[in-house]
Ligand binder design. Structure first.
Ligand SMILES: [Fe+2]
Ligand SMILES: [Zn+2]
Length: 379
């Protein structure tokens, strides 16, 4: 796997038998030493502080020994070993870093016939089916679970199986149906444009589950739009608008008798490589823009442009939740809405709950480990 290596003191350079070369900085390697002196052998946790390492740490010697790289450090003479496979998995070259990122699949209305779907009984019975569902969910930012019980509270069972339900001022679960004197427009029969939930919370809920108990009322179909896809379209069509929405936060707010929630966030979040990692969009709870007056006009133009893209029919997936269906939505990606329904001609009752994203990610890694699949390197 390793063809040859050389070191300059500050960097270890490895040439791979498969071709290409990778550079590993000295301080980075030293901090990744897994010896029993550096990491607890039982739990793998680091046993020293960064300030315990010499600031002028350098590679005194590097040799290939039984397929592993053996490094002697200076000053101090500490010795570290790195397996070739570990180095390959943690390669810092741009292409390797890109390959380690989650591979996501953008979608539009045309995903209609190929939605990520799982069967609840299979998910419970078969770890492979559960992992397949979670992988499909993570790639698309949503997934539909079919054939779950229609008993009230099932949404908590599903949420606590896949992750951990997060309790809010709405409780552990909330009922979505038409009521008199609603505290939220969700609890009326009117249609709702696509949105992410609760951007006024910090942290904003990572995942929303909506579980269907009854749906005989005409209307009330579910709308989903891929917010990442919409944001990518905005970047392509109007780079300046995209940039503004990633940099200038806006206030979101929710007030009721017992709560006054406020959070400030950008409508689009990007990571250090410029990749879209979050979209928050909620017309009902967007409060006010606390920003320099001279950029307000451009910000609103950008916000309008994003809204126009989100409303394009070609992006809108529309489907009907039947009793026993539960849609799992990455709240900052799969923006959701519904069509209006007529509560005089039938019933529509959903129960919702919020779950944190890390719970489902952890569950997928644990299942992968149990099934003996290669562990995700980014973990
Ligand atoms: Fe919602
Ligand atoms: Zn060590």
């Amino acid at each position: 796997m390793i063809r040859s290596l050389s070191s300059s003191g500050a960097t270890l350079a490895i040439s791979w038998t498969a071709g290409g070369q990778s550079d590993f900085p000295a301080i980075w390697l030293r901090d990744n030493c897994r010896c029993a002196e550096c990491r607890h052998p039982g739990n793998g946790q680091r046993l020293y502080e960064i300030t315990d390492l010499p600031a002028d740490i350098a590679i005194a010697g590097a040799v290939l020994e039984d397929g592993r790289v053996r490094i002697t450090w200076s000053p101090g003479g500490h010795v570290s070993h790195f397996a070739a496979a570990w180095l390959a998995d943690h390669d810092l070259a741009p292409a390797a870093r890109r390959a380690r990122k989650r591979h996501i699949t953008h979608w539009t209305k045309s995903i209609d016939g190929a939605m990520p779907v799982g069967d609840w009984r299979q998910i419970l019975a078969d770890p492979r089916a559960e992992l397949t569902f979670l992988d499909a969910y993570h790639a698309h930012g949503f997934g539909l679970i079919r054939n779950s019980p229609t008993a009230p509270g099932t949404v908590l069972e599903i949420g606590n199986r896949l992750g951990f339900v997060r309790v809010t001022n709405y409780g552990a679960l909330f009922d979505v149906r038409s009521v008199a004197n609603p505290t939220n427009l969700a609890y009326t029969p009117i249609g709702l444009g696509v949105h992410s939930d609760n951007p006024y919370r910090d942290p904003t809920p990572g995942i929303q589950l909506l579980h269907c108990l009854e749906s005989t009322a005409p209307g009330g179909d579910t709308l989903l739009v891929d917010g990442f896809h919409a944001a990518e379209i905005l970047r392509r069509e109007d780079g300046g608008a995209f940039d503004l929405l990633t940099r200038i936060p806006v206030n979101f707010r929710f007030q009721s008798a017992d709560a006054d929630l406020m959070a400030r966030q950008t409508l689009i979040s990007v990571d250090e490589d410029g990749e879209i990692v979050g979209v928050h969009f909620n017309n009902r709870s967007l409060d006010w823009l606390d920003a320099p007056a001279e950029i307000v006009g451009s910000w609103f133009a950008a916000y309008r442009k994003l809204a126009e893209i989100l409303h394009r029919p070609e992006g809108e997936l529309i489907f009907r939740l039947e009793p026993g269906d539960c849609v799992v939505m990455q709240n900052d990606r799969a923006l959701h809405g519904r069509t209006a329904f007529d509560p005089t001609k039938g019933s529509r009752h959903l129960q919702g709950a919020y779950v944190d994203k890390d719970g489902l990610e952890s569950r997928a890694r644990v299942l992968r480990r149990q099934l003996g699949e290669k562990r995700e390197v980014a973990a």
